[in-house]
Design a binder for this molecule. Sequence first.
Ligand code: HEM
Length: 155
Amino acid sequence: MLRPVLPLLGRWHGRGQGEYPTLEKDFRYEQEITFSHDGRPFLRYEARAWLINDSGTPVRPAGREAGWWRVTPDASLEVVLAHPTGIVETYVGHASGAEIEIETKDVALTPLAKEVTGTRRRYTVRAGEMTVVHDMAAVGQPLQHHLTTHLRLRP
Ligand code: HEM
């Protein structure tokens, strides 16, 4: 049952680049992502990131998120993610071979959270590298690129 998401399993580490039209400049970060399971038809997910400077030295902690990736009997995906920034997202999606795409069904916000109205994520695992592309609609802007990360499994 876990077959569609097996390529994601493990502890991944890499770097990424981010941007958004409301931000003065783009930024670079280091990220660690872990997908694990206990045999049941869902994955435990956790990700943490650090902004880095031009020489690659970590400057400060950035995005963190945690959640659950459910695989349904018809092999589609249901995902729940929670962020320390007061955002909770539910996603639906599907896996086709090396590509997994999920997009938000609902976004819930605490009173102080930034206004995020939707996101879409594409995970591609090829030749031992995972690429994650994260598009976001937020703070009055339409759905567009926020983050791209390239990761490899930690030895
Ligand atoms: C690798 C993970 C992430 C990194 C490194 C990152 C980095 C950043 C940075 C550097 C900013 C500029 C403001 C600041 O310095 O805090 C920012 C803004 C923002 N990010 Fe992210 N982010 C990440 C993930 C996310 C996720 C998962 C979401 C949504 C669920 C998100 C939503 C936003 C929003 C709404 C803003 C504010 C835009 C504005 O107010 O103009 N970010 N992000």
